[in-house]
Write a protein that binds this ligand. Sequence first.
Ligand SMILES: CC(=O)N[C@@H]([C@@H](O)[C@H](O)[C@H](O)CO)[C@@H](O)CC(=O)C(=O)O
Length: 308
Amino acid sequence: MTPRKKLQGLVAATVTPMTPDGQINLSVIRQYVDYLVSEQKVKSVFVNGTTGEGLSLNIQERKQLAEEWVCQGKDKLDHVIIHVGALSLPDSQELARHAAAIGASAIAVIAPFFFKPTSKDELIAFLQKVASEAPAVPFYYYHIPPLTGVKIRVEELLDGIKEQIPTFQGVKFSDTDLLDLAQCINKNEREQFVFLYGVDEQLLSALAIGANGAVGSTYNYLGRKTNLMLEAFAKPDLVLARKYQFLTGEFLSFVIKLGFGVAQIKAVMTFVSGIPMGPPRLPLVDASEEFIVKAKAKLDSTVWPDGD
Ligand SMILES: CC(=O)N[C@@H]([C@@H](O)[C@H](O)[C@H](O)CO)[C@@H](O)CC(=O)C(=O)O
């Protein structure tokens, strides 16, 4: 990894490749890295997050994946962010120490979601205990209230956070509350925090209010298209940028109606990239053949502004 360009642009939330019998399949990570870089023009990854079924993996598996991504990403990827959140604080701390030891670019932590923090102070206390185990590694809070049920506003959380977590770098913001995101950006201009948006279907709106980039599942297979949207936005050619966003939205809205989660993301990534991502881990179950046929037909029939 080339150290340490400020994180911006697209970050692929990686899926965890598995063998048909449910073991993690490290052997395809090298091919996965090359595919992201050469075919999707995506040079940063977020490992062991939601899309990566991080919370369904054991500690050993999470460490192996982190190591493989860092190792295979060396000299190819700009940033390898490792999600180290867990329900158990010692597990999360162990993963943070491990990520630091292997040279991860950054770590991220989700709010614990069984026994939940009920206030900003409780959440910060948990995050601080994890971040302090990796004192030289940039730290991101991973905000995903639709899955954690932890709805503490990020705007509130950020107030004074640097004093308690000196490594705090930014937020992976996977929520539709754009007012909260806007307030975070507006109030923290001097802090130089990084805001990575996580709802791919409305990334353009987040860019408009100042998000630095995005972490998401679609950048695994629509990274190149979304990069064209980012370029159009930067020009600015908003008409073109909207076209890309609308087409991504049309695909997602189509598959969401069919039932779209990590299993289906793995299936889409498998047919688009040709890399076997395998089944998900229970309680998730494989995408149906019907889903795969319909999703593939939808993607194949989409005509993008660049002519593809
Ligand atoms: C709830 C969820 O899984 N959200 C995804 C999105 O990329 C999502 O798949 C996309 O917006 C389609 O709805 C990401 O925010 C998750 C993510 O970045 C991760 O895997 O850590």
